[in-house]
Design a binder for this molecule. Structure first.
Ligand code: AMP
Ligand code: GLY
Length: 435
């Protein structure tokens, strides 16, 4: 079987890595891929939003299955296009992908189907005064979100009413997010720990993968700017069996059924970004795809044939997918370029990868890398994810393992967080958990 993966980050490297372990796969292509992906797949220089070139490639190479990593091609309708050309593709159609690409739609949908989420109001850009008046009635912090896709930057948590008023001006008058910010959601601030749960669904039924936690801020102890993700671990002990059951019955099931009811049947990976509050789990956001860098810890814990999972999501019968979640711990630390998440330089040589590759229970997932004249160079803000696998509940040991690998890798300006996994260690310690 020939498989085509769309995307070129750490998430896609993890997808290609897992797909390569499937017994029926003869060949994997990936567009555009990166230097790590190129070691196990043939990379193809096509951009993820160039749907027509992607289609042409898939038809010419008689691809049996396409798997889409990022949200952009999904929101542009890659699944609709491939399906109408008779191709099998994993992911939601455009209209279902709106659960991620329109926050206004997602919030109104959650309200209609009683899915727990933060209280909110929505406004359009000709309602600027109404939006400001609404903000004046709230107690800070207040959260303001652009409706459309804004590269993960569309959310502002405003610590004061003054900041919220200024933020409304930035979105509506200065149009910092262009058309993505023509509508906004203003919502209450939720307190708690964040977690990500991936539901793989065939539109009717679903299974869940290992609940994970992602570290979004650039510096240790959640300080500094938001990034695309500086690390992750799974499974998060903050989601026990009872909480997972609540997430399934109060959030995932009504979402999948509601979307079907709205003629927006969702097939693919429904990413539930959750806040675990004292009132129970609430939805911060839905995404229409796998998360990055959560995939880099979730897939190593999946014991099962991912190709079978993809086909059972596409053709129905996901409930019959034969799998286990490994009783292990996974931690991924992202190595980033100097300056990231702001401007950064690229083209720095990366050292130490060969030594790390020899280490047991360590997996390297490349993100922004490219090979030039036999050397691996940086080519993005997030450069490489180092994943370590350890024993069940041994977050402390797995942290040691991951950082012993991280310390062997070097490139000019490299920075990373030193506390990935610490929240799980502290959580278990607070509960006097004995390994
Ligand atoms: P989103 O893209 O909606 O997940 O938002 C990005 C980040 O903003 C989340 O991961 C949270 O850290 C934060 N955030 C979003 N909505 C809220 C909220 N209602 N309360 C607290 N934090 C939030
Ligand atoms: N880890 C956050 C995301 O993939 O959106």
């Amino acid at each position: 079987m020939k498989v085509f993966v769309v995307g070129g980050g750490g998430r896609e490297h993890a997808l290609v890595w897992k797909i390569s372990q499937s017994p029926n796969v003869e060949k994997i292509f990936c567009a555009p891929g990166n230097a790590g992906i190129a070691e196990i797949a043939e990379t193809v220089p096509i951009k993820v939003d160039d749907l027509n070139s992607l289609l042409k490639f898939a038809l010419e190479h008689k691809i049996d299955l396409t798997v889409v990593g990022p949200e952009l091609p999904l929101s542009l309708g890659i699944v609709d296009l491939f399906e109408s050309n008779g191709l099998k593709i994993f992911g939601p159609r455009k209209i279902a992908a709106e659960i991620e690409s329109s926050k206004v739609f997602a919030k109104n949908f959650m309200k209609k189907y009683n899915i727990p989420t933060a209280n909110y109001e929505t406004f359009t850009c000709d309602e600027i005064e109404k939006a400001k008046k609404f903000v004046l009635s709230l107690t800070p912090p207040v959260v303001i979100k652009a409706d459309g896709l804004a590269g993960g930057k569309g959310v502002t948590v405003c610590e004061s009413i003054d900041e919220a008023i200024k933020t409304i001006d930035l979105y509506f008058s200065k149009k910092i997010f262009g058309t993505a910010g023509e509508k906004i959601v203003i919502e209450e601030f939720l307190e708690g720990e964040e977690a990500s749960v991936f539901a793989i669904t065939d539109g009717d039924d679903f299974i869940t993968l290992s609940p994970a936690q992602d570290y979004k801020r650039v510096f240790d102890n959640d300080k500094g700017k938001n990034t695309g993700g500086m690390g992750s671990y799974a499974p998060t002990p903050m989601i026990d069996e009872t909480t997972l059951e609540k997430i399934k019955t109060q959030i995932i099931k009504p979402t999948i059924q509601g979307l079907k009811n709205e003629n927006r049947e969702f097939k693919g990976c429904l990413y539930c970004g959750l806040m675990l509050t004292t009132e129970g789990p609430k939805v911060l956001e839905f995404n229409c795809r796998f998360g990055d860098p959560e995939t880099q810890v979730v897939l190593p814990l999946l014991d099962g044939d991912i190709i079978d999972m993809f086909f059972k999501a596409i053709d129905g019968g996901i409930k019959n997918f034969n799998y286990n979640i490994k009783k292990s711990t996974a931690i991924c630390v992202i190595l980033a370029s100097a300056g990231y998440p702001d401007d950064y330089e690229v083209g720095k040589e990366i050292y130490g990868l060969d030594e790390v590759k020899k280490m047991e229970n360590i997996i390297l997932f490349h993100a922004g890398t490219k090979k030039v004249d036999g050397k691996i160079l940086t080519s993005g803000g997030r450069v490489i994810g180092v994943t370590a696998i350890g024993e069940e509940n041994d977050f402390e040991g797995t942290m040691k393992k991951v950082y012993s690998a991280v310390e062997k890798i070097k490139f000019d300006g490299m920075h990373y967080r030193k506390d990935i996994g610490r929240k799980a260690v502290d959580f278990l310690k607070a509960r006097n958990f004995k390994k």
